[in-house]
Design a protein around this ligand. Sequence first.
Ligand SMILES: NC(=O)C1=CN([C@@H]2O[C@H](COP(=O)(O)OP(=O)(O)OC[C@H]3O[C@@H](n4cnc5c(N)ncnc54)[C@H](OP(=O)(O)O)[C@@H]3O)[C@@H](O)[C@H]2O)[C@@H](O)CC1
Ligand SMILES: Nc1ncnc2c1ncn2[C@@H]1O[C@H](COP(=O)(O)OP(=O)(O)O)[C@@H](O)[C@H]1O
Ligand SMILES: [K+]
Length: 465
Amino acid sequence: MHYVYEETNSLDDRCYTTFGLTPEILMEHAGLALAHAVKKKLTCKKSALFVCGMGNNGADGIVAARLLHGAYNVSLYLPFKIKSELAKLQLERAKKVGVIVVDELIDADIYVDALFGAGLNRPLDDLTCKLLETLNAKQGYKIACDIPSGILSDLTLSSVIFQANETVTMGALKLALLNDNVKDAIGDIKVANLGISRNQYETPSSLFLLHKSDLRLPFRIKKNANKGTFGHVAIVQGSKEGAARLAGMGAFHFGAGLVTLIGEKPKKLPIYLMNSETLPKNANVIVAGMGLEMPFDEVALKTLLLSNTLPLVIDASLSQHPLLCEIIASQKPLVLTPHPKEFSSILELTCKEKVSVEAIQANRFAYAKRFSLAFPHVVLVLKGANTIIAHNGELFINTYGTPALAKGGSGDVMSGMIGALIAQGYTPKDAAISGSLAHALVSRKFTCNNFALTPIDICKGLKWL
Ligand SMILES: NC(=O)C1=CN([C@@H]2O[C@H](COP(=O)(O)OP(=O)(O)OC[C@H]3O[C@@H](n4cnc5c(N)ncnc54)[C@H](OP(=O)(O)O)[C@@H]3O)[C@@H](O)[C@H]2O)[C@@H](O)CC1
Ligand SMILES: Nc1ncnc2c1ncn2[C@@H]1O[C@H](COP(=O)(O)OP(=O)(O)O)[C@@H](O)[C@H]1O
Ligand SMILES: [K+]
């Protein structure tokens, strides 16, 4: 996993004060990384237009244009009066080496957005939005310098954002690139080295971007094993039976030795899933909430969930029911797997905070972090295009999910998978991280198209991870 930062100005400052690296050195490296990304897409016949703003983001673009000029067909477009002293200096240098400055948004094969980066502190005005709209409408490959213009430093968005195929971000990963609402605007992210290795540039952070290598699959190391070695997942069945069945299939395919659905005998049940009216004695985790339609027998459910010490995975309707407060208060090991609407109910139930889904989605990180600090024993899996796993103030961000997962039942499977890992001895936090990663990575294995994946395909796909 890699560290992620709410802002990197303090890391830049540390480069000046601790390592004696001047802003100019950092900028020369930023420009070089940007030039490198542009060069990869440029042949001698192709052209690149650098659209540069008035601050140091623009200055990075000007440096990159200077570095490429002479060998490639590049030009600069500067729609605003330059403000930053460094940008003025870079422009003087670029002009001295002969970089062409054009006075309109000309056509090119590659467009570089160096209008605004980390310094965008208020929404863009109409004229600038129009400029971005024109830029977005142009054919050609689009590269954003540091952050696509339009994403503000407080993570709010302007009405238009530059739509990048690729973002070259400077020094370290920024949180602003990882919110759900910018997933369509950032393209592939590359982190530029600023003249010092990433390890040296970075300081510890409580925010992490998950990597494929963070996935810990439940491989069976012990040869002298039986089904009991791999745990028994109990899944509470609701009136919509299919949901618990999908969770059960997810759990079984992800290595649980035994899976029992608790409730009345369902009409249909895969032959490997068991059914019981009561909690099996050897169950070691309970998964509940999916398919549970209101009203349900609260007393029976409370007894089932709270009259033992088993860890819980709670999903769907149960995140919206007052019983959740008692579950949290019990201090049992607990994983919550809400989508944003369910998380809105959780915040209302537990923190007495009415937060709309839109407000949550605008800054998922802040709400997830705040909740995890308020309830440090709970692991929150806030589902979405980029799923966040929050625990005791730490956030782990999983960006591997694809729209193929946007189907009823996908989340049920994931809750079952997380339950399976807990049954096999993972901590709730590790189970949430690896369950969420495996779920997302499976969706990427289906390469033929991204609309036909079913929850059952997710379960089957676990065979090939
Ligand atoms: N720090 C370093 O060492 C390194 C920094 N690096 C690079 O610097 C970038 C940050 O540069 P930056 O701080 O100059 O900010 P930037 O994004 O260029 O824009 C600021 C300008 O925009 C203006 N402005 C703001 N909002 C506006 C609006 N809505 N509409 C209109 N204007 C608006 C604002 O004006 P003001 O608020 O002063 O009125 C100011 O003039 C960073 O992303 C990275 O690329 C790299 O080289 C590595 C080393
Ligand atoms: N656009 C998307 N990109 C990545 N993952 C997605 C996307 N849409 C949905 N998902 C994932 O699919 C799952 C959907 O879960 P959920 O909404 O709870 O469905 P259900 O309750 O019907 O099972 C979540 O894990 C979510 O992160
Ligand atoms: K930019």
